[in-house]
Design a protein around this ligand. Sequence first.
Ligand code: FO1
Length: 353
Amino acid sequence: MFKQTSQWEGLSYTSNSSSIVYEGSAVGGYNKNAYLLQCYLTIITVLAGGTGSIKLVRGLAAMEKDISVICNVGDNIWIHNLYVCPDIDTIIYGLANILDQKRGWGIKGDSFHCLAQLKKIGASAWFGLGDRDLAMHLLRTSMLKEGKSLSEITNFFRDCYSISAQIIPATDREVMTTIVTSTLGELHLQEFWVRHKGRPKVTGVRYENASSVTANPAALDAIERCHAVVIAPANPVSSIGPMIALTDLRKALVRNRDKVIAISPLIGGKAVSGPAVKYMKALGLQASSFGVAKYYHDFVSKFIISKGDHRMKLQIETLDMQVYETNITMKTKRDELSLSRRLLRLVEKNKIK
Ligand code: FO1
C-alpha cells in the first residue's frame, strides 16, 4: 500500500491504495468540508486533445496518481523551423499549473515580444508564440534534431515540471490534420483555425500519414493495462480523430471496448468550445451527442452525456452503450473534480481487472 501527499491549487491530499482524503484549508471559495471525499485508486488512461481535455485530466490527476494521458499530435505544426505540439503542451502546462486558463493554451502571464518583433521585420506572425512558451519549442526542436523521439522529449519535459502522470504522444511519427475548405483549398488545422479564424466552409478532414504509421507502443500498452480508458470531452474529429485513425491504436480500443468510457463534448448540439460542429457536419456526422456516440460506437461501451441531452439516452443505448447523465461542463475547479469523481466511481463499479 503506498501513501502519497500532493498539492494541487493549494489543496493538499493524502492517498493510499484505496482512497484519497482531502485535507486542505479553504482555497478559492472551496468549503473545507467539501474536500472530505472518497475516491478510488485505479489506473486510468485518458485520450486527450486540447483545451477541453486538460480540465478533465487536471481533475483526475488531482485524485489519481496513476494516470496516463495519450495526446493528440495531429495539430502539431512546424513554424519558424520550430516544432510546436499544442495538445502535448496544454497537458504539460495544465498539470504543471502554469497554463493560461483563459485562453486554454500557452503559459499564463506570457508576453509576445518576439512575435511582435517578427511582425515588425516582415515575418509571418499569425501563430501566437509566447516568449516563455518559445523555450519549450526551441528545446524540443533541438532535441528532435539530436535524434531524440517525441516520446523521450515529452518525458523529459514531464520530469522538468515534476508531473506524475505519464504523457504519451499517440505516435512518434508526424500525423497532420488537414482541413479541406471550399474557398482556400487544403489547410493545416492551425492555418484554418488560427490564421483564418475557422471561417472557411469545411468540406472534409484528412489525417495525413495516419494509415501508414504505427502508434506509440507506450500508448498501446497504456490502453491494454489500465482499468479504464477515458475519451476526454474533446473535439471528436480534430482531437480524437487523428488518434483513432492509427490502425493499431483503434484496434487496441476496439479490443478493450468493455472498459472504454467517453464523455460527450457536445450539449444540445453545441460544442462546449471550438469547431467540433463544423468538422462533424463536414464528415456527414450528426452534430449531437448521438452523432459523437455513433462515431465512437465500435470502441466505446459507456457514454456520459449532459442531463440536457436526456432525450438522446434511448437512441444512444441502441448503439450497445450504457449511458450516464451528469453535469459535463467544467467551468470551475469544483466542476472538474466533480466530473472526475463521478468517472472514478463509474470505473470502480465496472472494474474488470
Ligand atoms: N490558438 C489560437 O486561437 N491562436 C493562437 O495564436 C494560438 C497559438 C498557439 C501557440 C501554441 C500552442 O500550444 C497553442 C496555440 N493555440 C492558439 C491553440 C491551438 O491552436 C489549438 O487550440 C489547439 O491546437 C487545439 O487543440
